[in-house]
Design a protein around this ligand. Structure first.
Ligand SMILES: [Zn+2]
Length: 126
């Protein structure tokens, strides 16, 4: 006496209970007040480099000590040098290859400092 032949009970499709309408929907589009007001980004332009500087020592007025100085430059491998070195390393090159971009002058960043007060004046980026 198997009931295999019996048709399965016919279920009427009941949609899954949806989430109740939110408060804003229930009352007609009036959104509850947010506890905090969104802060608009203040378009304050921050000047980091006062004087346009190049890759060589620049004659300028130091904004820190107001002295007329010839900037002292320090050359360091920039991000491009590190990136290219990293890419070369990924490509399976030998270790020495990674150091080559650091030696390429084109990839160097030039950092300018004041020789008088040692203030950091800016960076020239390739
Ligand atoms: Zn200075």
């Amino acid at each position: 006496m198997s009931k295999a032949g019996a048709p399965p009970p016919q279920y009427t499709f009941v949609p899954p209970p949806s989430a109740p309408p939110s408060y804003s929907e229930a009352v007609g589009g009036v959104k509850p007040t947010s506890p905090f007001t969104p802060i608009q980004p203040n378009p304050t332009h921050i000047v980091t480099t006062v004087v346009p500087i190049g890759r060589h020592a620049t004659h300028m007025i130091c904004p820190s000590c107001n002295a007329e100085v010839e900037t002292s430059t320090r050359t360091e491998p920039g991000l491009i040098a590190y990136m290219s070195g990293f890419v070369i390393a990924l490509l399976g090159c030998w270790l020495g290859c990674c150091l080559i971009p650091c030696c390429i002058d084109e990839c160097m960043d030039v950092h300018h400092t004041c020789p008088n007060c040692k203030a950091y004046l800016g960076r020239y980026r390739r």
